[in-house]
Ligand binder design. Structure first.
Ligand code: NAD
Length: 333
């Protein structure tokens, strides 16, 4: 079945996901932030800043969000940074068809409200939204390298419809009804990757990386379970799957951000050098608030927050993590 699809956001994942949809036979328009960007993408069908070296199918239409019509879209995909999800879903609310499917690709928590992307979309549009999350670097998906993902929705029929629309020979979609857990894992892995990048940047090796990742799973599970996440989600694609990809990949901008922080760059310099959204930065702030409100210890992500706030150096974080009180590995807190 071919759908009329609109992808809001023309960054790495918006472009890569639009390509995936177009190659599955859907009719795709991508909404850009500016008319200049829409004109450039229309002329070249390449996105040299966000997704260099990838030819985007000629059938994809690029339209500036200010000029766009989404009234006939059967599927609206939100492919913008988490902090922009409210703005674009508020924009889409009065313009989209009431029954259209909605899918979020964003990974993070909204600062101040501490809401997840699908919660924001549902609040703004008054309609349900599903979340897609997993080890899916746009750079690799866009080269048709095989990967798997999860679509989470409370409504199973919606998840199955999206699974059928998106699954391809190289992109395998699983459904999951644990929306809280899938979105939580997708958000938390980013500041963890910043921590791993700091470890790499300090010149540490595989033991340090593996220890950090594994202990991060412990704190991730602690906070996630309190939020209502299902334990199985942590060992799934959106959990450990995405954590491995993000913490070890050369494509991960969050890991790169950590490396730059370890070499002394300020958060603003990091953001400038990376040149694309680094979700781990706002998410570290959101987790600091969330864990603080709930009284949950999150040593790894809290140390990332401390570095971002200039309260601790990466070296001091190592001392803090290694100097914590001795514990049982399976410590029930
Ligand atoms: N890049 C990946 O491989 C990947 C994979 C999985 C999930 N994600 C998640 O997807 C989300 C988007 O990531 P990305 O990598 O595409 O980011 P990006 O920085 O490459 O691009 C973000 C895009 O959003 C656009 N944008 C921002 N605010 C907008 C607004 N108000 N209206 C219209 N467009 C707006 C920007 O112009 C830009 O084109 C993030 O939450 C990220 O964590 C990314």
């Amino acid at each position: 079945m071919s759908l009329e699809a609109t992808v809001v956001g023309s960054g790495s994942w918006g472009s890569g996901f639009a390509r995936l949809l177009a190659n599955r036979g859907h009719r795709v328009q991508v909404l850009t932030l500016t008319t200049v960007e829409a004109a450039q993408l229309t002329a070249t069908h390449e996105n040299p800043h966000f997704l260099p070296g990838v030819a985007l199918p000629p059938e994809i239409r690029f339209v500036a969000i200010g000029d766009a019509d989404v009234s006939t879209a059967e599927l609206v995909v939100y492919a913008v940074p988490t902090q922009s999800v409210r703005e674009v879903s508020r924009w889409a609310a009065p313009r989209r068809a009431a029954g259209s499917l909605q899918l979020s690709l964003a990974k993070g928590y909204e600062l101040r409200t501490l809401k997840r992307p699908t919660q924001i979309i549902e609040e703004e549009t008054g309609s349900p939204a599903a979340a897609l999350s997993g080890p899916n670097h746009a750079e690799e998906v866009s080269k048709d390298m095989p990967s798997a993902t999860v679509i989470a929705a409370a409504d199973e029929a919606m998840a199955v419809a999206l699974q059928a629309a998106i699954t391809s020979d190289t992109f395998r979609v699983y459904t999951n009804d644990d929306v809280v857990g899938v979105e939580f894992c997708g958000a938390v892995k980013n500041p963890i990757a910043v921590a791993v990048g700091m470890s790499d940047g300090l010149g540490f090796g595989d033991n340090s990386r593996a220890s950090l990742i594994t202990r991060s799973v412990a704190e991730m599970t602690r906070l996630g379970m309190i939020q209502g996440a299902h334990i199985a989600t942590f060992t799934g694609l959106a959990g450990i799957g995405d954590l491995i990809a993000t913490c070890t990949s050369r494509h991960s901008r969050n890991r790169l951000a950590g490396e730059l922080l370890a070499k002394g760059a300020s958060p603003a310099e990091v953001q400038r050098q990376v040149g694309q959204v680094v979700e781990g930065i706002p998410t570290a702030y959101a987790l600091h608030d969330l864990a603080g409100r709930l009284g949950i210890e999150m040593p790894v992500t809290e140390n990332v927050y401390q570095v971002l706030e200039g309260l601790r150096t990466p070296q001091e974080c190592v001392a803090d993590l290694m100097g914590r009180a001795p514990k049982k590995e399976r410590h029930e807190e």
